[in-house]
Design a protein around this ligand. Structure first.
Ligand code: KG4
Ligand code: ZN
Length: 319
């Protein structure tokens, strides 16, 4: 059984995996803690991870009806993410693995998102073109085998999730904003406002322009007008981001000669994106946003580090 641990941002997560089957998947979100700041405060996140990491691992073991005796491998997110937050998970993983003389697998968070597709009951087989869209990254990946991904395009400025979060803030919605915009957009007209979607040469994305367009539009509205048009703004803004993602993913798939599309990462939970790419494979919603099952899944396709060499491993903030 693989014990997976994920603490790269603001969710403290632990999971137990047997083969590709999830035996337990526990996610303690800190979103409420950071909401009043309108974003994740790194030092607050680290301290909260420290409080939660042991109880969350215990809870996962309990739900799996297992003990540490059943664990044969420990997998943990090594980066990218908030360095202090990552260190909490990495230290916990090292301690458990070392105490039990187990091997450890340091997992790249992005490989983790892709590996969310390999979990039972509907594992996706490569080859496919993967759109990875989260709060920190927007990538187009050519995946020809499990455990390997070739980047074809990325964002030159904001990530798609970041654009959702910043847009939500401009609209006076809560944090994290993606799910809030998604909800509000259902009551709005996506054609009400025209927001530009940058079209770059090649397969890169840019989301800073659409964010600025929303800023200017909101600035020109009175408080009453904003209140009245909020759903239309959310729907139009979401339409612009989703359109850019869909066009980018389809173009990349064509260029790489890949027939199949897959979407992963927090933004893959977006209902309009899922509807706009009905042919794309996608993990169930709880596996799109950060979790430890995907980290344990990636460990199955990543080389492990034997006891006790992993004690020298360090976390990394960016890839
Ligand atoms: O993958 P994730 O949980 O964390 C990172 O690795 O960044 O992604 C979080 C991002 C946030 O920006 C959040 O606003 C966005 O995913 N998100 C959504 C939705 N649910 C989460 N964006 C759009 N629509 C959603 N339903
Ligand atoms: Zn993530």
């Amino acid at each position: 059984m693989i014990l997976g641990i994920e603490t790269s941002c603001d969710e403290t997560a632990a999971a137990l995996l047997e083969g590709g089957s999830i035996r337990a998947n526990v996610v303690a979100s800190q979103a409420d803690l950071h909401a009043r700041y309108g974003g994740v405060v790194p030092e607050v996140a680290s301290r909260r991870h420290l409080e939660l990491v042991t109880p969350v691992i215990r809870e996962a073991l309990e739900r799996a009806g297992a003990t540490l005796d059943d664990v044969t491998l420990v997998a943990v997110t090594q980066g990218p993410g908030l360095i202090g937050a990552l260190l909490v998970g990495l230290s916990a993983a090292k301690a458990i693995a070392w105490a039990r003389r187990l091997p450890l697998v340091p997992v790249d968070h992005l490989d983790g998102h892709v590996a969310s597709l390999y979990l039972e009951p509907d594992p996706v087989e490569p080859p496919f073109l993967c759109l990875l869209a989260s709060g920190g990254h927007t990538l187009l990946l050519e995946v020809r085998e499990r455990g390997r991904a070739l980047p074809l395009g990325t964002t030159v400025d904001d990530a798609a999730g970041e654009a959702f979060d910043k847009g939500a803030r401009l609209l006076g919605l809560g944090y994290p904003g993606g799910a809030e915009i998604d909800r509000l957009a259902r009551d709005g007209d996506p054609e009400a406002f025209r927001f530009p979607v940058a079209r770059l040469a090649g397969l890169d994305f840019s989301f800073s322009g659409v964010k600025t367009a929303l800023l200017y539009t909101v600035r020109d509205l009175s408080t009453a007008e904003l209140e009245q048009r909020r759903a239309d703004l959310a729907a139009s803004y979401q339409r612009a981001i989703v359109r850019a993602l869909v066009e980018g993913a389809r173009r990349a798939a064509r260029q790489a000669g890949l027939e199949r599309l897959a979407i992963v990462g927090g933004v893959a939970a977006n209902s309009e994106l899922r509807a706009a790419l009905p042919e794309a494979a996608a993990a169930p919603l709880p596996l799109c946003t950060d979790n430890a099952a995907m980290i344990a899944s990636a460990a199955r396709y990543t080389r492990n580090v034997p006891y006790p060499r992993y004690l020298a491993l360090d976390a990394y903030a960016s890839s």
